[in-house]
Write a protein that binds this ligand. Structure first.
Ligand code: UDX
Length: 439
């Protein structure tokens, strides 16, 4: 199969590289000349474990290339994926589809022969209909089928997720497109990944429903964590106790500072807006959004409370700035609101993140340290916001010797009470008894 990927951002790049690795011929296209030039030199614009090696291997094998030339690559392709951004539109929270529609127009001008056009970007229900309308309007002779094929990749585990998906969802209403898409995903199909064929609108909604459900699940356990703190229960045990019930499932039940990232905040908002437009509000999701928004600042207040209620003139070290580990992505990271709240309270913040500091510099004005211990130097408290592996075995004796006061606030529950307090630290975590009463 000859595949063009329009948009070489996170989704486009990972998907394009993985399709090439399956043996397809893939051209990743982007309007950003700088990005394509960098990719041609083997420089990867994002941090994603395993991606660089996969790019190098597939470029070397001649299956993967990068280009700014939509015309040539589209004309030569059996399948064209649209994987451009759909950011939240300023003001109303709807997904901004201008890049998707611009891509559709451009593809329509250059298709040759039967071509399957696949929307991989996360798009509201009905976008496939509009993409099809635009293509027919731009080029009435184009022989195309428009397909929805949402992605479910997690940052930091995207290649693994692509190669071993729980399912592949494909929304279409055209038999020729069905056989092309089966061929595109043949290697996974052979690996027994279920291919779920649905109508296009259903497929578009599945993506939002999946992300909204997961966001709701996290928010549920976060509220349980707050309740645990009040009643003296342990949220990790609650998670385990309910997660072992197969109907509930153990995943996405880790209490923390609230979900962030490029998907959950944006997609929950867009789903709520679509539902309102259709006069069928999704109130559970509306509530999830507002609880999660409030939670991020509440976590800043939790840190302040752990430090005695007043942080004026104090120095606080924050470990982990990205919205989760193994990414350099700062989008909607809880760290932003936590730090803002601490700064509003009069504290000075020093931060460290293994991969996210370049991106963090664009959004938060703090002092950046080259490692965890340097960040902790002279600090009145240490706050873990993101659970990078390197923060899971901190040397507490060393930390205590460099800090001004031994206070640890662990917003990801990566430590046990006893292993921290035995070093003389005052320890606060999420939804667990303050006295460390654990099994
Ligand atoms: C998510 C979806 O998982 C993926 O299927 C979709 O395609 C894109 O959005 P991603 O945003 O990369 O992926 O990260 P994910 O691992 O899902 O985490 C999202 C946020 O939820 C992070 O801030 C994470 O820290 C938080 N989270 C996750 C929790 O607080 N608790 C959990 O139990 C799980």
């Amino acid at each position: 199969m000859h595949i063009t990927m329009i948009g070489s951002g996170y989704v486009g790049l990972v998907s394009g590289v993985c399709f090439a690795d399956f043996g397809h011929d893939v051209i990743c296209v982007d309007k950003d000349v700088g990005k394509i030039e960098a990719l041609l030199k083997g420089e990867i614009p994002i941090f994603e474990p395993g991606l660089e090696q996969l790019v190098t291997d597939n470029v070397r094998a001649g299956r993967l290339s990068f280009s700014t030339d939509v015309e040539t690559s589209v004309a030569a392709s059996d399948v064209v994926f649209i994987a451009v951004g759909t950011p939240s539109r300023r003001g109303d929270g709807h997904a901004d589809l201008s890049y998707v529609y611009a891509a559709a127009r451009e593809i329509a001008e250059h298709v040759k022969g039967f071509t399957v056009i696949v929307t991989k970007s996360t798009v509201p229900v009905g976008t496939g209909d509009e993409v099809e309308r635009i293509i027919r309007e731009t080029n009435p002779d184009a022989d195309v089928a428009v397909v929805s094929n949402p992605e479910f990749l997690r940052e930091g585990a995207a290649i693994e997720d692509f190669k071993r998906p729980d399912r592949i969802v494909i929304g279409l209403n055209d038999d020729r497109a069905r056989s092309v898409m089966t061929e595109v995903y043949r290697p996974l199909y052979l690996n027994q990944a279920p291919l779920l064929f649905t109508a296009r609108r259903t497929s578009e909604l599945i993506k939002y429903a999946a992300n909204a459900f997961l966001a709701m699940k996290i928010t549920f356990i976060n509220e349980m964590a707050d309740l645990c703190e009040k009643v003296g229960a342990n949220v990790q045990e609650v998670s385990r106790g309910i997660g072992l019930d197969g109907r509930i499932g153990a995943k996405f039940l880790h209490a923390g500072p609230g979900y962030g990232g490029s998907c959950f905040p944006k997609d929950t908002l867009a789903l709520a807006k679509t539902a309102q437009d259709y006069d069928s509000p999704v109130r559970l999701i509306e509530t999830t959004i507002s609880i999660n928004d409030n939670r991020k600042r509440a976590m800043g207040r939790k840190v302040i409370a752990a430090m005695g209620g007043d942080v004026r003139g104090k120095t606080i070290a924050v470990l982990g700035l990205t919205f989760k580990p193994n990414t350099d992505d700062m989008r909607d990271s809880p760290a932003i609101s936590v730090i803002q709240t601490l700064q509003d309270g009069g504290a000075t913040v020093t931060g460290y993140d293994p991969e996210g500091m370049d991106n963090a510099r664009q959004v938060i004005d703090i002092t950046y340290a080259p490692d965890a211990y340097r960040a902790a130097q002279g600090a009145d408290a240490l706050v873990i916001v993101t659970e990078w592996n390197q923060f899971r075995a901190l040397d507490f004796a060393r930390l205590k010797s460099v800090m001004n006061a031994p206070v640890l606030v662990d917003l990801r529950n990566i430590y046990r009470h006893d292993e921290v307090t035995k070093h003389g630290f005052v320890y606060t975590s999420i939804g667990r008894p303050m006295n460390g009463a654990e099994l």
